[in-house]
Structures are given as C-alpha cells and as structure tokens.
Design a protein around this ligand. Structure first.
Ligand code: BES
Ligand code: ZN
Length: 587
C-alpha cells in the first residue's frame, strides 16, 4: 500500500502525486443569461501516475490525453468543505490531459452581476475569487497552495467587453463579429488560488510604465488619482524586500459587492471600490496588496494552516512601507486599528474555539472561510515585530532579504519558517518565546507596545467619552475610525447623535467611517435601520457587512432577516454563506 503524507487537508492532492506544471484554460463561452462557463482546460503534468484533482460543482464532460484518447475518470461524491475528488491516471506517454467541463451558476468562486449591480449599470460583470479554496469551483485543478504552475487563459467575450486576467503578459485581442477572443499568459509559477479573471465593460488608465488602473469607465480617472502612490510603494517595497519579480503591478477596481478590501492577484491586485474616497486615505490597502507580491505570492503558505505566513508577514511588510512613506505614527495607527478589529475575533474564538487564536491552528475538517479572522494578520505581524525588536532592525532586514531569497517561488510550512528562524537568528527563538507565539492561544505577555501621539489624542477623548469637538477637525480618516471603534458599547445614543450633527459622519465620503459610525450606533442600541439597510444594499465587503448583520441580529432579528432577503441577490456567494450563518446564530 502506498503511504502518503498530506501537507494540505483542504486538497485531494497527495504529496508525491503527479503535479500540474502548466495549465491552459480556454473559456469558450461566458453566458450571462444562464450564468454558465463552457471550458476546456489542458493540464501538463511533471510525470505519470494516479492523479487527484479538486473540483466543486463542476460538470465534467470528458477527460482525454494529448492524442485525444478518452481517459477513464472517477468523480467522487461531494464533501461539503472540499468538493469532489476527480481521479484519473496520467500515462507517461502523454503528460498532457484535456478536460472539457461546464461551470454552473452556483460556482462558489465566481460572482455574476447584472448591469444594475455595477457602477455604470450598462453591462453585466463577472469576476473570480480563488482564495482560499474556490479555484476548484471554476477549474478542475490541484487547488492547494503547495502546487505552482504557469498558465495561459484564452477567453471569448462579447465584443463590447473585456476579459482580463491577473498575469504578466497580454498576448492578443482579436475581434471577430460579435465576439472578442482575448489571450493572456503567466510566465511565473503560481498556486491555483492566485489565478484570477474578470469580464466587464473595463477600461484602463496608466499611472506609470509598470502600472495601470482598470475599472468601469466612470471610475477610472478617480481611481487612477486615488492610487497614484503605487509606483512609490513599489519602489519602497523593492528596497525593503528585493527586486519586484512580476514585471507589472496593475489594479482592478471591482464593483461594490467584491467581498474583500483587496486581493493580491499577481500583476493585477483586485481592490474594493470603497477604497476610492477622493483623499487617498485608504492607500495602506494598496501597500498591503503590493507587499503580498513578496510575502504570499513569492513566498507562499504551504497550507491554509500557515495562512499567517501570508498575512502576518504582509501586514508587517505593509507597515514597513507605510512607515517609510507616511511616517512611523501612521504605521502605528494602522497597527492599532488592526488590533481593534482583531479584538472582536479574539472574543468570538475564545468562547467557541480557543485554539483558533493560535497562529497555526489545525484546520482539518473546517471550511477556511469560517476560520477567517484578523488573528493571523495581527498576531502574525506582532510576532514578527517581536523578532525584529529582539535582534534590531538592521539584522532583521538582512533576515528578511535572506528569507525571501531562500524561499522564493516556494510554498513553506510554519515549522520550516521556525527552523529558518532558529538557524538565522541565533538564540531568538527562546528569547521571544516563539513556540508560545505560534502554537498557544491568545496574545503572549511580551507583545510589543503599540504607541503613537496620533493614537494618544484619540484615546484621550475615548477615555473621557466626549466628542472631540475641536481636535476632530484635524483628524485623519484613520483617527476617526479608531475613535469610533474604541468608544465603549453601548455609548450614549445622544453622544452618537452629537457626532452625527457636528461631523456628519453618517455622510462621510469614506465608506469605512460611515460603517464605523453605523456600527457604533447599532451596537449602542440606536435603531438606525433604514441607514443600515441602505448601507447593506450597496456594500458587499465582508469586513463591513458581517459585524453589521451581527449587531442587527442582536437588536432586531426580523429586521436583519428582512434586509438580508433584499440584499442577498447582490452579494457574493462567500458573503451569502457567512451572513446566513450569522443570522442562524452560528457565529
Ligand atoms: N488575501 C487577502 C484577502 C483574502 C484572505 C481573501 C483570505 C480570501 C481569503 C488580502 O490580501 C487581504 O488581506 N485583504 C484585506 C485588506 C487589508 C488591508 C488587511 C481585506 O480585504 O480586508
Ligand atoms: Zn492580505
């Protein structure tokens, strides 16, 4: 019997199986009426043998080898978290395998939007979101961050739309009657979760010779201005983390239902339109996604248990970039905000699953979307800051360079990282209590301090619970958000309305300020239901909608249900799943 070892409990791939080296995806039809994709994927393996692919809700038509001979295959019954295993044997005489299949309307990693759900309301829209285990819902593949491949995508779309792909090379666009055939190529190996496409009425504006912003036409100018610091961010990133290996760094601004603030798809980060505020106040998210091109896309977590290696490292890298460009105070403020967000997750998991508050929890049998929290982000970054403080910045910077150089284009586990720390930073493992940081619940006592004068002013007003009448006029968006997040729950309803009348927080152009204000009001028992409804019908970012539904569910469960019923068809499948759980009292 073959014994095998599984690094990743979220994939049917087993260590030692033939591995995908290259993938050619051909999307022959994007049907907005029936919300179906008709596809062929050709996989090139490194060797022959029994091969297991991940799929979810795909209709597999046939599997053939490169000589067009049918290969027998087995599609196993669906596991709720993992989907269905697709198994066949790759013959050494043909390492290429072609699969014809169909993607149905219920693919968990795709969102189909009607024209009415887009910014310009003229064309429908489709986008994919692979992280963490959704790539299998549109491509049969080894959907584990431990397998990397190069790829091409050929996509046929309506002639008045674009089909764009996160990759380094645009090959061509050929218009033929009603259709346009686009072709794109990725020459650097990446895991499946980073393969991303989008179809819509998309245009672009250049912001440098390496970067352009894509969005629907009405937004493109504003978005290009909002994110005009990207070239600076790239330069600082290169100084800190080594040469930028992906050639281009473009941005796609998505419709408001995009469930994340940002997603680090290589060469083309995806961003929420809520970041386009007119005052560049959300630029730290761009720094975050840009930082992922080193920490995450170049050095990748081996499984979702090691997610903190992606996100903790990226928050650390983001803070370093922010510190360099906008100052230490700004970076500290950013970290403090993350601490506040994280506090909610600690509270939730302490009660239900204390080990989820460790940095590398066992996620076997768990849907990674359910385990998502800010803990790997915040605690991971704090652990790295603790390491930095133990050896000093100069030595730590050398360590960072060596870390990225050593593991580039690899996927690594937490224990590989800890071994690397033991070898490279002598004595530090025990000094900072690395074991406790990584494997034990909660925050260690020796967590680094987070302080900045910008935080102190905010805290003064929070402690006295008075509106910052004079000071508030000069506060940055981040300070306002921190202030709102730090106020006690419940705060006096009169206090919230004083803030509203003096600072018009409910009308702020900054979505995050409007959200933080609304959440404070709801968590303080204020029945701002129509405002909540308006917000929840127009925003789909999980970070915003999850806490709002939780607050509404506590305050007025029927109202929460009624709003969800209306908003649901506009939400991404991941958001629908998460909100459903909240309203069932499961989160
Ligand atoms: N990679 C994440 C987004 C993600 C994580 C998608 C897990 C799916 C599963 C991205 O880099 C991220 O962290 N986004 C943050 C932004 C941020 C500035 C911390 C977000 O969306 O809130
Ligand atoms: Zn991230």
């Amino acid at each position: 019997m073959k014994t095998f070892f599984k690094t990743d409990p979220h994939s049917y791939y087993q260590d030692g199986d033939p591995k995908i080296q290259h993938l050619d995806w051909n999307i022959q039809s994007v049907d907005f009426e029936t919300r179906r994709l008709i596809c062929t994927v050709e996989l090139t393996f490194d060797k022959g043998g029994v091969t297991r692919l991940d799929t979810r809700d795909l209709r597999i038509w046939n599997v053939r080898d490169e000589h067009d001979h049918m290969l027998p295959f087995t599609l196993e019954r669906k596991d709720l978290n993992l989907g269905s295993e697709l198994r066949f044997t790759v013959r050494n005489a043909s390492l290429k395998v072609r699969i014809q299949y169909e993607v149905n309307a219920n693919a968990s990693g795709l969102q189909w939007l009607t024209p009415g759900q887009t910014a310009d309301k003229t064309h429908p829209y489709l986008f994919s979101q692979g992280e963490e285990i959704h790539a299998r819902s549109y491509i049969p593949c080894q959907d584990t961050p431990g397998v990397r491949f190069t790829f091409t995508v050929a996509i046929t779309v309506s002639h008045d739309m674009r089909g764009i792909v996160a990759c380094n090379r645009f090959v061509h666009r050929i218009v033929e009657g009603e259709f346009a055939h686009e072709k794109w190529a990725m020459d650097y190996p990446v895991p499946a979760y980073l393969l991303a496409i989008a179809v819509g009425n998309l245009v672009s504006a250049d912001i440098s010779d390496r970067s352009r912003v894509w969005s629907e036409p009405s937004m493109v100018k504003r978005a290009a201005e909002e994110f005009s610091d990207l070239p600076k961010i790239m330069k600082v990133g290169e100084r800190l983390f080594g040469p930028y290996p992906w050639e281009r760094s473009d941005i796609l601004v998505l419709p408001p239902s995009f469930p994340y603030g940002g997603m680090e798809n290589p060469c083309l980060m995806y961003l929420s339109p809520s970041l386009v505020t007119g005052d560049k106040s959300m630029i730290t998210t761009v720094a975050h996604e840009q930082a992922h091109s080193w920490t995450g896309n170049l050095v990748t977590n081996a499984s979702w248990r090691d997610f903190w290696l992606n996100e903790g490292w990226t928050v650390y890298a983001e803070l370093r970039i922010v510190e360099e460009l906008y100052g230490k105070d700004e970076a500290m403020l950013r970290l403090k905000l993350l601490e506040r967000e994280c506090a909610r997750d600690f509270e939730r998991f302490y009660k239900t699953r204390p080990l989820f508050t460790s940095l590398a929890p066992d996620l076997s049998g768990i849907d990674p979307d359910d385990a998502f929290s800010r803990i790997p982000y915040f605690k991971g970054a704090m652990f790295l800051i603790a390491l930095e403080e133990a050896v000093g910045r100069e030595e730590f910077d050398q360590f960072i360079h060596k870390y990225i150089e050593t593991f580039r284009f690899q996927s690594i586990t937490t224990s590989q990282f800890l071994d690397f720390v033991s070898v490279e930073l002598t004595g530090v493992f025990d000094l900072v209590g690395a074991w406790e940081w990584v494997y034990e619940a909660g925050m260690p006592d020796n967590a680094p301090e987070i302080s900045s004068p910008l935080i102190t002013t905010v805290e003064q007003y929070v402690l006295q619970v008075v509106p910052p009448l004079e000071a508030g006029k000069n506060w940055s968006a981040s300070q306002w958000i921190l202030f709102l997040e730090m106020l006690p729950r419940p705060s006096l309803v009169e206090f919230a309305s004083a803030l509203r009348s003096t600072f018009r927080l409910d009308k702020s152009k900054n979505t995050e300020i409007r959200w933080a204000y609304l959440l404070l009001a709801l968590e303080s028992g204020s029945p701002m239901f129509s405002e909540a409804e308006e917000f929840l019908l127009t925003q789909g970012r999980l970070k915003y909608i999850k806490p709002l539904y939780k607050a509404l569910h506590t305050l007025a469960p029927e109202r929460a249900q009624a709003i969800f019923k209306k908003a649901r068809s506009g939400y991404h499948p991941i958001a629908v799943g998460q909100v459903t759980q909240i309203l069932e009292g499961k989160q």
